[in-house]
Design a protein around this ligand. Sequence first.
Ligand SMILES: *Cc1c(COP(=O)(O)O)cnc(C)c1O
Length: 386
Amino acid sequence: MEPGAIYFDGNSLGRPLRSTLEALTDAIQQQWAQGLIRSWDRWRELPLQVGDQLGQSLLGACRGEVVVADSTSVNLYKLARAATAAQPLRRVVVVEEDNFPSDHYVLQGMAAFSDLEVRTFPVDPDEGWHLQDLDKALDEGVALVCLSHVSYRSGALADMKGITRAVHARGGLVLWDLCHSVGVVPIDLTDAGADLAVGCTYKYLNGGPGAPAFLYVRQELQERLRQPIWGWFGQQDQFEMASTYRPVQGIGAFQAGTPSILGALAVAEGVRVVAEAGMPAVREKSVALTSYAVDLAERWLEPLGFRLASPRDPLRRGSHISLHHPHARHLTGVLIEDGVLADYRAPERIRLGLAPLTTSFCDVHDGLRRLGELASEHLRTSEAAT
Ligand SMILES: *Cc1c(COP(=O)(O)O)cnc(C)c1O
């Protein structure tokens, strides 16, 4: 990034780590260029090894419950299909109205090719949703509930344990999307009794563009669930080249085709660095960063027509906040031109991702001050024009 620029998009694409450059250079020179095809002996197990490392250090998962593979969208499809196929008498999938678009698309596509029905329930775009609203959408027809742990727009954080328990009480399974929480919010899938989860690694885990996503399947479910993309990386004795599919036991069966090895190595570095910093310290800085941003926004930006579009209580949000402004789209554009990289998110919100490992308090101060200056200028010129 050019000197002086400020990055508020670590929740969209994390910055590269120095150790990743070294790890990938070594992998290309030694494992790829020198080892060539012989390196598959060590690469073959890498997605499971990195999955365990990620699962055990950041997800509260046990060994053999996580694998890195594919994209979040594809993993969501695999797990949602597996979960609904295992419960043939239940034909409804429930999803929060405001969930990430790709999650909706995947479920809609799945319904278009099956007899499943997708049911949504309402969400407050700023505050998230309440258990009562989800509860109203639940009945004995519900096989699966797909939810984001942290909302991609508002940053609202869901109570994973309480919600999982409520869905279990109605006999359904829950699939958690951890894209916006992994690496910034402490997660304990075992303690929460979670069934299934997916998430990406290029946001707060700094795995880089297109780094493989991960999926989690609780141990007891692994035997009951069969995922729909049967590929040779899920096959027993892969290199026997048998023409009939016989999946391996365990989480390995949730793989399909050739994994991205360079991507998985980058994920390993990202996970290692977050784990080394320690989740309690990461969360503490994250809460301090978002709280500082909220304080400054209230002081400097509210008088200019901004409004916080995220939960006010830091314990109810992840590591990004959104600010509503009627001219948010325009202001995000001028902010980016000015070297402060933030995201516009419809409708009318500027989203600021504060990545604890790479965002400083000075970044927050300077970025919000700049936003205030640009918004005042904009106000002055639009008033002069009317
Ligand atoms: C970023 C994100 C995704 C991305 O899915 P990909 O298939 O990896 O592109 C999915 N869900 C949520 C909640 C996200 O924030």
